[in-house]
Design a protein around this ligand. Structure first.
Ligand code: COI
Length: 356
């Protein structure tokens, strides 16, 4: 299924090659990593500011075995997407929101971070340099992965003396192997993703390593992913390994409130605004797991997963199913509005998209 037909040809002049499309099978994109042409790098020493960054040919990076990120997990990441419009131009979706979230996360992780302007300019430069990897309209998107890491050497536990901001990109299609079909979740009863006072509310790399165990067990049993409960009461919905969760009942759409253990998803926030603008009542609150039992629809949101309908949830051995194994009407409506906006197919009244 690997969609490469031939390896990327690197060139010093990205502006000429960027005008063509890469030679891959655009119909077969999943959510796997494909190396592209360029990455962006910018460095900063502790106490200083990030110096001017630069594009480099995509490749391996050099890190001290003693780097803070490798030893103590001092790292953050972001995720956003670029879409090719029907006229060939490229749209970014709310990149300044990712920049702001990285700045909040950096504060929690004792790291300096790029300014919003530095972040957005770096994203634009990286996407333009890799333009030929932005899928044709309707075939997927270019996933943009900014990283911020303690790259300086440490031995005793302390913030690293040097930081690297790096962006790489990869063309992607659907995140789940189900494609746009509903996913099947299992509620995790033992392991937890985040704790009050911890780092669940920021996009630090360790939050994602922490869910791999439960996720692997769930996948081995045939589930798509894991839904976590709060670790204090083991009663309230938190989020899925890689995305936020929404529960629909009639005209009311509920989602766990942001309270330190939940990632403030940019797709989550956008869907809340889209839903309200279309007359739904959206409640951000504690959502007891029992509400899954009589929900009309459940869906997940995230940059990678976009809006993914949930077909069933298994909790303490009981399986609750939603809909007739298709997109529920509410999830479908919200997915459609969001993706048409992201792809430039409808007017962007919210001023969320940035055209390159
Ligand atoms: C995203 O949705 O962009 C994320 O960061 C989740 C990641 C696990 C793919």
């Amino acid at each position: 299924n690997y969609p490469f037909r031939r390896a990327a040809v690197l060139s010093d002049s990205y502006s000429t090659e960027a005008s063509e499309l890469a030679d891959i099978e655009w119909d077969n994109l999943g959510f796997g990593f494909l190396p592209t042409d360029y990455m962006y790098m910018m460095k900063c020493t502790r106490g200083g500011n990030f110096s001017k960054g630069e594009l480099q040919q995509f490749g391996k990076i050099e890190l001290s075995p003693s780097a803070g990120v490798l030893n103590y997990g001092q790292g953050l990441f972001e995720g956003l997407k670029a879409y090719r419009k029907e006229d060939g131009n490229i749209l970014l979706f709310r990149p300044e929101e990712n920049a702001l979230r990285m700045r909040l996360g950096a504060e929690r992780m004792c790291m300096p971070s790029p300014t919003v302007e530095q972040f957005v300019e770096a994203v634009k430069a990286t996407v333009l340099a890799n333009k030929r990897w932005v899928p044709p309209s309707g075939k997927g998107s270019l996933y943009i992965r900014p990283l911020l890491m303690g790259s300086g050497a440490v031995l005793g536990l302390a913030p690293a003396p040097e930081y690297t901001f790096l962006i790489y990109v990869s063309p992607v299609g659907n995140y789940f192997k189900e494609g746009v079909a509903p996913i099947h979740l299992i509620v995790e009863n033992e392991l937890h993703r985040a704790t009050p006072g911890g780092t669940g509310g920021v996009k630090t790399i360790g939050n994602y390593a922490a869910v791999l165990k439960a996720q692997s067990v769930a996948k081995a049993k045939g589930y798509s992913d894991v839904l976590y409960l709060d670790c204090v009461h083991k009663k309230y919905l938190e989020e899925v390994s890689s995305c936020n969760i929404f529960v629909v009942k009639g005209n009311v759409i509920s989602t766990p409130a942001i309270k330190g253990t939940i990632l403030p998803g940019i797709t989550r926030k956008s869907i809340i605004d889209v839903a309200r603008s279309r007359g739904f009542q959206v409640e951000e609150r504690l959502v007891p797991v029992e509400e899954l039992l009589d929900a009309d629809e459940v869906f997940c949101t995230g940059t990678a997963v976009v809006v993914s309908p949930v077909g069933s949830i298994t909790y303490k051995g009981e399986r609750v199913s939603y809909g007739a194994d298709g997109f529920g009407a509410v999830s479908q409506q919200l997915y459609s509005v969001l993706t048409r906006l992201q792809m430039g197919l409808i007017e962007d009244k919210m001023d969320w998209t940035v055209e390159l």
